[in-house]
Design a protein around this ligand. Sequence first.
Ligand code: C5P
Length: 310
Amino acid sequence: MGSILQKLAPAKINLSLDVLGRRSDGYHQVEMIMQTIDLFDKVSVRRRDDDSFCLYGGNDEAPPEASNLVYKTALLVKQIKGQQSGLDIFLDKKIPVAAGLAGGSSDAAAMMKLLNKLWNLNCSAQEMELLLAKLGSDIPFLVQGGTALATGRGEILQALPAAPAFWVILIKPSFGVSTPKVYQALQAPLWVEQSHTASGAIRGAHTVAMLKALEQGSYSAMIAALGNELEKVTIEWHPQLEEYKQYLLDQGCDQALMSGSGPTIMGFVQQEKKAREIASSIAEKVTSQGCNIFVARSLVKEEEKNWNVD
Ligand code: C5P
């Protein structure tokens, strides 16, 4: 048994999300701007003397051992790299599950980085992203974090300059949603691959607007450009999400939006003090409705090096 290696795994939110069409491989062609925030899970690993993988921790909602993404990551890396020792894996969950915050995906990215170190794999970030894309469309983004444009099914990335710094108040209802069901309910038109590759241009209205706003580097432009095409589906199923958005706006948030396929609702502000004031002013009301509430700030890519806890 060796020493424990630990890594923080940040949540992701969407500043934009556009769906361009349904693909023949069961995925949807998307364009989105992703952003990491400082709400973290913690993943820890330690070598075992035998060759088994044991997963400890998580929470009641996190998927059990064999279907958990950290476990799947270890298994995939072992298969591809032909290694290695057995592992004790410890998962300390703070990011809510099935929330539109990519918690499981981020745990997987953190796990990959831990294995890269523990097993001396010398994988580049690009190699890790390629390997992790096999396990989920959101995972490659979590290798580097910060602000990025994601295309394809979400796995093709282009790092962007940091978005203007902001704070979010997150309201996570007691229920989760199924990402495949949300995509399916959109009934998006069939995606024709060629038309995209020929032009190469970004076409999703929210993402085009957000890219322009980020280029300006202005917080108010970013706020005006926030948009998520999946909102309409999830909010139609759960109309209380519209109420949560209104709570945040009534308390002075500059904008409110759902993240990913939901159901987490985010309220945007520029200052920490305001974020904390708004969170405390609505905490009682939303927790009495079974929601959890979090306050987090945007992260820049360069902060990735601070995610090592050892
Ligand atoms: O990639 P990931 O495993 O996270 O996706 C889960 C499911 O969500 C997919 O099997 C698919 O049904 C849906 N999805 C999609 N289009 C995407 C990403 C996910 O339809 N771009």
